[in-house]
Design a protein around this ligand. Structure first.
Ligand code: NAI
Ligand code: MG
Length: 366
């Protein structure tokens, strides 16, 4: 087995507490011959600012660029609210996204059967749900120029945002979606508004042409407003959904919250494949932040972090069976009735970060 390099960036607040549980999983996997991960740990966010005066040091940036995958905790906290804008904790994450070229944001919505009754939808609609939203992250209306507000001089103002996409940006995100669908249930939907937007017309053309390169994957176009409706009407009809930055922002939040609380939601961000090795740069992180209100208390939910690590096993290392097992271990401890405070339920046992991590590891080892 070839050694794979993981670069761990726990960050601030609960980041260090939840990353410690991932480190224990990695140590166990290595010790039992399941993986051969070499890990290195760096500083990002407020803790990096305290030590280096920057949200990530050049040395740690270089390590992130060399790693096979970056596993990221969370950054920020009230301690750094007044540091200069360029070196605020979030700047570390933005720098990583930019320098690693992470244009594809992956947001799964997985419903654990034990938590199906906590969903805002009926149990039968969400039980067994497993959707992956693939959101374009570096283009579209959030970045397009012109982007301005002009004073018309007659008491009125005009605001302009511009949606811009070029063929290559759509092509590369579509390829990510079709690649990933190949490791899942082989179905891709693409959501746009080609009925009213020129960018949607181009998305439709480009994605349909990429689909031809993936004959084993079923491809369907859907209008974004209908996609939103279908997500809350019958979400299980979807597997992989690829879409632009704006629609992806909204659809991924909607899909994620069908299934759980912030402490449960993992994510991944992928870049272009390396010309020589075909491997994509990748960063895996929970959706939540550093939760300063509960940091240091040992009560944070480590599941979003551990599920992000499971995504790394699946999407960076093609360890599908191991990723399935780890996700099944998470589902298993929830079925056993263990809950951290954020997902506490009457009649279930409330545990802390370490106890939840240990229970998941024990299930994996069983
Ligand atoms: P947050 O996600 O840190 O917390 C929101 C609420 O959810 C809090 O009540 C928190 O206790 C709870 N929560 C979050 N994760 C949890 C977990 N794993 N287990 C149990 N409870 C959990 O968002 P907030 O409070 O808006 O931001 C706090 C700090 O985190 C800020 O400095 C913000 O800038 C930063 N942040 C960083 C992100 C990142 O590193 N990617 C993303 C979002 C916020
Ligand atoms: Mg959002």
């Amino acid at each position: 087995m070839a050694t794979q390099n993981l670069f761990l960036l726990p960050g601030d607040g609960i980041g260090t507490e939840i990353m410690a549980e991932v480190q224990k999983l990695i140590d166990w996997l290595n010790a039992n011959g399941k993986t051969d991960f070499a890990t290195d740990t760096g500083l990002v966010g407020g803790c990096a600012y305290d030590k280096h005066g920057a949200a990530i040091s050049e040395e740690d940036m270089a390590k992130a660029l060399k790693a096979d995958a970056v596993i990221f905790g969370a950054v920020g906290g009230p301690k750094w609210d007044n540091v200069p804008y360029e070196v605020r904790p979030e700047a570390g994450l933005l720098r990583l996204r930019k320098d690693l070229g992470l244009f594809a944001n992956l947001r799964p919505a997985i419903c654990y059967p034990a938590l199906a009754d906590a969903s805002s939808l009926k149990r039968e609609l969400v039980e067994g749900l497993d959707i992956l939203i693939v959101r374009e992250l570096t283009g579209g209306v959030y970045f397009g120029e012109p982007k301005e507000i002009t004073d018309l001089g007659n008491g009125q103002k005009r605001a302009v945002d511009t949606q811009v996409y070029e063929t290559y940006e759509i092509d590369r995100i579509a390829r990510v979606a079709f690649d990933l669908a190949g490791t899942r249930s082989k179905k891709v939907h693409m959501a746009d508004k080609k009925n009213v937007m020129k960018s949607g017309v181009l998305w439709s053309e480009v994605v349909a042409s990429v689909a031809k390169d993936f004959p084993a994957i079923k491809y369907e176009h859907i209008l974004a407003d209908n996609a939103a409706m279908q997500l809350v009407r019958n979400p299980k009809q979807f597997d992989v959904m690829v879409t632009d930055n704006l629609f992806g922002d909204i659809l991924s939040d909607a899909a994620a919250m069908l299934t759980g609380s912030l402490g449960m939601l993992p994510s991944a961000s992928l870049g272009a494949p390396d010309a020589a090795t075909g491997k994509r740069k990748a960063l895996y992180e929970p959706v939540h932040g550093s939760a300063p209100d509960i940091a240091g208390k040992g009560i944070a939910n480590p599941i979003a972090m551990i599920a992000s690590f499971a995504m790394a096993l699946r999407y960076s290392f093609n360890m599908i069976e191991l990723a399935d097992k780890l996700e099944a271990a998470i589902a298993g401890v929830l079925a056993d009735g263990l809950r951290t405070g954020d997902i506490a339920q009457d009649g279930k046992k409330t545990v802390g970060t370490e106890e939840m991590g240990a229970a998941i590891l024990a299930k994996l080892a069983a």
